[in-house]
Design a protein around this ligand. Structure first.
Ligand code: SAM
Length: 352
């Protein structure tokens, strides 16, 4: 079986055995990537048209109790100046975003103890009251079931929590001993059982990642059936233990986007900021590889540079309006348009 035949099999069966994943991920050529990208693009335009959903991200705190070895806002990074937006500032970001046409707000932060689930639930309620036509996505890390439930009851619609890796041992090399792979996976199951549209995901090329690890990630996606998948390259940050590690491969990230689209046709798949950071055309190429979401920044300009997860992060010097406009132009240049709307996950037959 050659690689094209493996990709055809994935397309027909929405599934591959592990050994074929490993083979595909170790031996792919530019030609295989182009073949997968074309298939993925056709699936994506067949379901969503040439329309790209936008989500406005509000990075409301860079304070974090965790010490993930790859992350620029890890607790041990003393070189970073920390900030926390007030509730009013968060609501102002949403107001501004709404006026630019955003109908999904993604509230993302480090694991900041100040923002208890009660405080967050208040904020979610206020956003939903002011903008009943909008979706709220949370991305605030690992919580307990009761806390996720409280936030869901307050009106949160979606939750992004990358599992980071489906390989337990690999997880242990990316995180300090006090963090647990089992707990992160349990969080994802809790979120899904509570009715959140749930997003999992990985960094491509994170240190010590092997083709076998990514094969396990793909098997996990197949089994878990996330509504959203966040895949971006790992990019080193100068003030972390991984400062000298190599960034993830641009081509492999694009290939994986295509393979995710082929395996889970209706999944919401962003062309991430990290992809746009390692290549100036990353977000356009991400869309052409099968992505259908982009997530511009709505954080106040004054704090953008402080939410530096990795070096040289793009869009940290532009006002939200500029970001929105720039992305609109970028999408138009490849024949796509940004749409105003919540852009919920839907079953394929409902979309047809
Ligand atoms: N605290 C929340 C959590 O743990 O999910 C949300 C914030 S966390 C910074 C968001 C994501 O950023 C992580 O899931 C990770 O995949 C990504 N990230 C962190 N450091 C990165 C790096 N150096 N390169 C690429 N992505 C990175």
């Amino acid at each position: 079986m050659n690689n094209r035949e493996i990709i055809d099999r994935l397309s027909a069966e929405r599934s591959l055995p592990k050994e074929l994943w490993v083979r595909l991920l170790t031996e792919y050529s530019d030609d295989d990537r182009a073949y997968a990208a074309e298939k993925a693009r056709n699936i994506s335009t067949g379901i969503f048209g040439r329309k790209i959903y936008i989500r406005g991200i509000v990075e409301f705190s860079n304070i974090c109790r965790n010490d993930c070895l790859y992350c620029g806002i890890r607790r041990s990074n003393t070189a970073l100046s920390r900030y926390r937006l007030t509730e009013d500032e968060i609501l102002e970001c949403c107001a501004e975003g709404y006026s630019f046409g955003f109908r999904t707000f993604v509230l993302q932060s480090g694991e900041d103890a100040f923002f208890t689930s009660d405080r967050l639930a208040d904020i979610v309620r206020k956003i939903k009251l002011s903008y009943p036509d909008c979706a709220v996505t949370l991305s605030v890390g690992e919580l307990e079931y009761g806390e996720y439930k409280l936030l869901r009851d307050a009106g949160a619609d979606r939750y992004l929590l990358r599992h980071e890796t489906a390989d337990r041992e690999h997880y242990g090399k990316l995180h300090p001993a006090e963090m647990s792979w089992e707990h992160r996976m349990k969080c994802l199951r809790d979120l899904k059982s509570l009715g959140y549209q749930t997003g999992a995901g990985i960094m491509v090329g994170s240190p010590y990642q092997t083709a076998e690890c990514i094969a396990k990630d793909m098997l996990f996606f197949e089994e878990f059936q996330p509504h959203m998948i966040g895949i971006g390259p790992f990019i080193p940050h100068k003030d972390t233990p991984f400062r000298d590690k190599t960034a993830g491969s641009y081509k492999l990230t694009l290939f994986l986007l295509s393979l995710c689209r082929i395996m889970l046709p209706e999944v919401l798949l962003p062309a991430t900021t990290a992809l746009g950071t390692i290549d100036p055309r990353g977000r356009e190429e991400g869309v052409l590889a099968g992505a259908n979401v982009i997530m511009p920044n709505l954080s106040p300009l004054a704090v953008r540079k402080k939410y530096m997860l990795y070096d040289n992060k793009i869009c940290t010097g532009d006002e939200s309006a500029q970001c929105r406009h720039c992305l609109e132009e970028r999408m138009r240049s490849i024949g796509y348009e940004l749409v105003i709307g919540r852009g919920d996950w839907q079953e394929r037959r409902a979309l047809k």
